[in-house]
Design a protein around this ligand. Structure first.
Ligand code: NAD
Length: 506
């Protein structure tokens, strides 16, 4: 991998790791200060970014507080007036340059993701491509914010419906996709003519700051894209500014349902527009007629990507009695063959660590609870050193167990046996959240019935990986509101204004 200058003194551990794996990140992309109004800004203190695989500090980043957040909102508000005046074509051209810069810097961006979030390098490179694809997609959509000319009920009037940008948007994002969760929002917002303030997760600010650097290189004007990194301690006060400042018109959040509810309450006082991409608890149903090899391969991809730390990963595996034993047996073989734990920078690793000790504790608790209630551990089951957890396959799982009641966010695959389609749907829909759902079948009637009956925002039919910019992303029930990606994603950042044009005739 190619390198410009290494930022050595500040990042000794990162440097050592990069040396041992032959990787480098240029000084230009290793940013450790906030980015406000086109300037890199320091704060009164800084906070550590840890490598989740080793627990070692890889960087210290400016710990922005409410003051920096207010500065960022002010800058975004000032920049809004100029940015919205540009044509969609002009905004699209800048987003396109940003996309191209991400592609050119893919290896370095992937290294940053692996170092701060732990996912294996190949997956991190996949995230960079996915992340960049939203800049590409919305660079094209920027020219298509069509309004309507509507037939009028009166001869002397004309009715126009115009789409206009909402204003300043606060974007609050999680650590599990440190780059893609930002561009999925920011690309749509900037294409629409909005300006943004990003608050990245405390565990993963480096990817957000690298995106800011590339935005500047692409020609995104000062104040249009701002980033205020902060520690866990400062998060509530920064979040309060971003969700209550009257200059902010829109909040887009991706993260847990619990935090989403806090932010919705904060948004209420000033009646802000909100988009919420919240937690999931995806059912993954394998019916007797399924192509079992396809179901097993899809289960592997869905469950073990990012060590099970994705909001759309299968969380409850419902397998019909006739195919149950064959599915479990083949899955165990695939796990033995394909999964290898290690540091994400090691090219042979397929399973990195979980993000931190709290995450592993939650997963371990679910496994111990399942075993205490009668589940059988087919593979794995143990917590390892640091933040690592063995990929785990459980069978004999029942609805009383914790792992069927809450999102796992870890590499545990619990198998629940069922007999009928009605039973599977009842279990699948018995959840307060509904983000993604998957099922495997070759019965045409069942394909339609189940796709329509699942109470989720996204359905994978004989498919375990759904995400792409052309398709939409979003959930129902307590998985949130609003949609990202697709032709609908830009609407989250647009108001529709009614213009009634009168006095036009007799
Ligand atoms: P989290 O809710 O703990 O944190 C998400 C973000 O919110 C972080 O930036 C965090 O600092 C911030 N935050 C926390 N408290 C805040 C407050 N009081 N004010 C302002 N900001 C605050 O979630 P997480 O653990 O980082 O992410 C995992 C969760 O995200 C899972 O539940 C997962 O399902 C969900 N997720 C959803 C999607 C989706 O598109 N629906 C995508 C990825 C992750």
């Amino acid at each position: 991998m190619r390198i410009a200058h290494l930022l050595t003194a500040r990042l000794p551990v990162l440097r050592a790791m990069q040396r041992s794996y032959g990787l480098d990140v240029s000084a230009a992309l290793l940013r450790t200060r906030g980015y406000v109004d086109g300037q890199w800004i320091s704060a009164a203190s800084d906070f550590p970014v840890l490598d989740p695989a080793t627990g070692e500090e890889v960087a210290r980043v400016s710990d922005c507080g409410p003051g920096e957040a207010m500065r960022a909102v002010d800058a975004a508000h000032r920049a809004f007036h100029g940015w919205k005046q540009r044509t969609g074509k002009e905004r699209g051209a800048i987003l396109r340059r940003w996309f191209e810069l991400m592609v050119q810097n893919k290896d370095e961006l992937a290294t940053l993701i692996t170092v701060e979030c732990g996912k294996p390098l190949a997956e991190a490179a996949g995230e960079v491509s996915y992340s960049a694809s939203f800049l590409e997609w919305f660079s094209e959509e920027a020219r298509r914010t069509y309004g309507d000319v509507v037939p009028s009920p009166g001869r002397d009037r004309r009715i126009l419906l115009l789409k206009q940008p909402v204003g300043v948007a606060s974007l609050i994002t999680p650590w599990n996709f440190p780059s893609a969760m930002i561009t999925r929002k920011a690309a749509a917002a900037l294409a629409a003519g909005c300006t943004v303030v990003v608050k990245p997760a405390e565990d993963t600010p480096l990817s957000a700051l690298a995106l800011a650097e590339l935005a500047a290189q692409a020609g995104v004007p000062a104040g249009v894209f701002n980033v205020v990194p902060c520690s866990k301690e400062k998060t509530p006060s920064v979040g309060e500014v971003l969700c209550t400042d009257p200059l902010v018109q829109k909040i887009s959040f991706t993260g847990s349902t619990a935090t989403g509810k806090v932010l919705l309450k904060l948004a209420a006082d000033t009646v802000k527009r909100v988009s919420m991409e919240l937690g999931g608890h995806a059912p993954f149903i394998v019916f007797d007629s399924a192509d079992v090899d396809r179901a097993v391969a899809s289960a592997m991809a869905s469950k073990f990507r990012n060590s099970g730390q994705t909001c759309v990963c299968g969380n409850r595996f419902l397998v019909q009695s006739g195919i149950h034993d064959c599915f479990v047996e083949k899955l165990a073989v695939a796990m033995d063959k394909e999964l290898r734990l290690g540091h994400g920078l090691d090219p042979t690793t397929t399973q990195g660590p979980l993000i931190n000790a709290r995450a592993v504790e939650k997963v371990e608790k679910q496994v111990l609870d399942a075993v205490a209630r009668g589940a059988r551990v087919v593979r794995g089951g143990r917590r390892l050193q640091g933040s690592f957890m063995e990929p785990t396959l459980l069978e004999g799982v029942t609805m009383e167990m914790l792992c069927t009641q809450e999102e796992t966010f870890g590499p545990v695959l619990p198998v629940i046996r069922f007999d009928s389609e009605e039973e599977a749907l009842a279990i699948a829909n018995a959840s307060a959240v509904g983000l993604a759902g998957y099922f495997f079948s070759q019965d045409p009637g069942q394909l339609w019935r189940v796709a329509e009956a699942l109470e989720v925002g996204m359905v994978g039919v004989n498919e375990g990986l759904l995400s792409c910019p052309e398709g939409l992303f979003g959930g129902v029930k307590q998985s949130g509101q609003g949609r990202e990606g697709s032709k609908y994603g830009i609407d989250e950042y647009l108001e529709v204004k009614y213009v009634c044009w009168g006095g036009l005739g007799p």
